[in-house]
Design a protein around this ligand. Structure first.
Ligand SMILES: *[C@@H]1O[C@H](CO)[C@@H](O)[C@H](O)[C@H]1NC(C)=O
Ligand SMILES: *[C@@H]1O[C@H](CO)[C@@H](O)[C@H](O)[C@H]1NC(C)=O
Ligand SMILES: *[C@@H]1O[C@H](CO)[C@@H](O)[C@H](O)[C@H]1NC(C)=O
Ligand SMILES: *[C@@H]1O[C@H](CO)[C@@H](O)[C@H](O)[C@H]1NC(C)=O
Ligand SMILES: *[C@@H]1O[C@H](CO)[C@@H](O)[C@H](O)[C@H]1NC(C)=O
Ligand SMILES: *[C@@H]1O[C@H](CO)[C@@H](O)[C@H](O)[C@H]1NC(C)=O
Ligand SMILES: *[C@@H]1O[C@H](CO)[C@@H](O)[C@H](O)[C@H]1NC(C)=O
Length: 467
């Protein structure tokens, strides 16, 4: 610092300070280990696979005893999570909080290098659990208190939040927290994070803003391949070379607006889907590999790159996710964030230290869906769908919307040949054609898939979605 002052260069002091303050945290890239699949490798095998990816950290969505045991004695730093449902009770009872730490941290620590306890997951995005929002920060304080009680000082407490905690994120300097949470939850949260020198854990996916407006945002800009593509924030004059930096800095400016300019960011989740539905643009192996490899190169750069608002800062990161998880609901992308297939094969080669040169990777399959699909799509029964479950799904779909299943009633055009699969395919197509525009999906718990092939026959015409 002395040197910086003597040089009289403000900008120099600034970067030195950042370098020093961030020197204590290592940029080792981690991975999110989600368990929403019915075909995933066992815990001990998974830990080997995580090491194979050269991850430095792993984040779990609950304090799974088998996994915590399997991580014992490894060099992996571990983040565990207090499930959302337990937050309110813990916020009201120090005893319950102590019990949680005693059960889920104490037995594994320090052999398992637990370093972060995250309280809840994207709590402030769950509007149906709104009444629990005010309990979030009190629960975090209690957990921190319990850790202290057990003399565990190396563990930071945080909570991962999604980008929708902002009501404005563009330009980045206009970043502002939502008014419904800003004063009541975010301000006390920032106070807590600042006081305990913890991090603002952020789930941040450039895929979502890009895929919702692919004509306004260049794909290359989202994939760190922008070359000379830049955006200059008129509020600050800062120049951006990629979408992720813009998103991160919008949170930095939102925190600053509330009086907390110094809280460090931690990327709790980021990634790119390696596959998705027909109506989902840009979800493919080529883009996923490009995003994650470029990201990892940036994160591991020495000296650290940081973001335009925080040049030189270290950005610790967990990539989402270890596996493709077949039991996640919603659109197809949700089940395709993995670095690995459940059968342990790589979806594409990746080295989380960024040390493997690009030239050593085999060529990637060319992307085929980087332009929006144009045409008709139907929603039909997936291969191997369970007959019992199909019956319930058929009943459900037919009960929604207007005349959804009329053509499959006895005597109508699509009744014969009588077949559960045909009737269910009709019901799914008819349901989806009515509800897609309002967020309805073609999924039905894995019983349904999209198809470009028209299932209509004879005079029976299946409703379709036209893109
Ligand atoms: C929270 O506490 C209430 C009252 O003791 C109890 O009924 C409820 O089951 C608890 N919730 C959870 C998720 O443990
Ligand atoms: C800045 O954010 C506010 C909402 O917080 C919004 O109304 C305004 O349009 C934004 N400014 C720009 C230049 O986008
Ligand atoms: C945040 O923490 C720093 C360092 O401990 C302290 O100097 C600063 O006053 C805190 N900011 C607020 C707004 O509490
Ligand atoms: C960037 O711009 C320079 C000068 O206009 C040009 O020579 C170079 O090829 C450009 N690079 C890319 C990646 O577009
Ligand atoms: C693993 O699963 C993927 C996706 O289903 C498949 O493409 C690949 O061939 C499988 N690998 C092996 C070794 O079975
Ligand atoms: C089909 O689903 C039902 C209800 O969920 C379940 O009880 C049954 O075991 C499943 N059958 C097969 C073959 O998986
Ligand atoms: C069903 O019909 C009613 C009345 O015409 C309309 O308000 C509603 O939006 C329709 N629902 C669907 C799913 O099309």
């Amino acid at each position: 610092m002395e040197v910086g002052v003597a040089s009289g260069a403000g900008i120099f002091i600034f970067s030195i300070l950042f370098f020093l303050s961030s020197a204590e945290i290592s940029p080792k890239v981690g991975v999110n280990y989600g368990l929403l699949g019915n075909n995933l490798p066992a815990a001990s095998r998974s830990v080997q696979l995580i090491k194979g990816l050269k991850a430095g950290r792993v984040k779990l969505y609950d304090p799974n005893p088998e996994i915590l045991e399997a991580l014992s004695g490894t060099e992996l730093q571990v983040s565990i999570m207090v499930p959302n449902q337990q937050i309110s009770n813990i916020s009201r009872s120090q005893k319950l909080s102590d019990q949680w730490v005693k059960t889920n941290v104490v037995p594994y620590y320090p052999e398992t290098m637990i370093r972060y306890v995250l309280v809840g997951n994207e709590v402030l995005s769950l509007y149906d659990q709104k009444q629990g929002w005010p309990d979030l920060v009190p629960a975090m304080r209690r957990i921190k208190g319990s850790l202290r009680k057990f003399h565990i000082h190396k563990v930071k407490v945080g909570t991962p939040l999604a980008m929708d905690v902002l009501e404005s994120s563009f330009p980045p300097s206009n970043g502002t927290f939502r008014s419904d949470i800003s004063v009541s939850v975010v301000k006390p949260l920032l106070q807590f994070l600042n006081r305990t020198k913890s991090f603002f854990f952020l789930d941040v996916y450039p895929y979502f803003p890009w895929s919702s407006q692919p004509h306004n945002i260049k794909l290359d800009y989202a994939l760190f391949e922008g070359g000379n593509l830049t955006y200059t924030d008129p509020g600050t004059g800062l120049t951006y070379t990629n979408l992720l930096d813009q998103m991160l800095d919008s949170v930095v400016f939102a925190m600053k607006r509330l009086g907390f300019p110094e809280i460090r960011l931690w990327i709790a989740e980021t990634g790119w889907p390696n596959a998705g539905d027909i109506d989902q643009i840009g979800a493919n192996i080529y883009n996923a590999a490009t995003y994650n490899r470029n990201l990892i190169k940036r994160l591991n750069a020495k000296p650290p790159v940081g973001t335009p608002a925080r040049p030189g800062s270290v950005l610790p990161t967990f990539i989402f996710s270890l596996y493709n998880e077949n039991q996640k609901g919603g659109p197809g992308t949700e089940r395709h964030w993995g670095l690995l297939y459940p059968n342990e094969s790589s979806v594409y080669q990746i080295d989380l230290t960024g040390e493997t040169p690009e030239s050593e990777y085999p060529p990637l399959p060319a992307p085929e869906n980087n332009e929006p699909y144009k045409g008709k799509i139907w929603c039909v029964v997936a291969k191997g769908a369970n007959r019992t479950e199909l019956g319930s799904a058929l009943t459900y779909a037919c009960g929604q919307g207007n005349g959804t299943c009329e053509p499959v009633q006895p005597g109508r055009k699509c009744y014969k040949p009588v077949s559960l699969v045909r009737h269910a395919s009709f019901a799914f197509s008819s349901y989806w054609a009515q509800f897609r525009s309002t967020g309805g999906t073609c999924y039905f718990n894995g019983l349904a898939v999209q198809t470009m092939k028209d299932p209509s026959y004879g005079s029976c015409k299946f409703p379709s979605v036209t893109l």
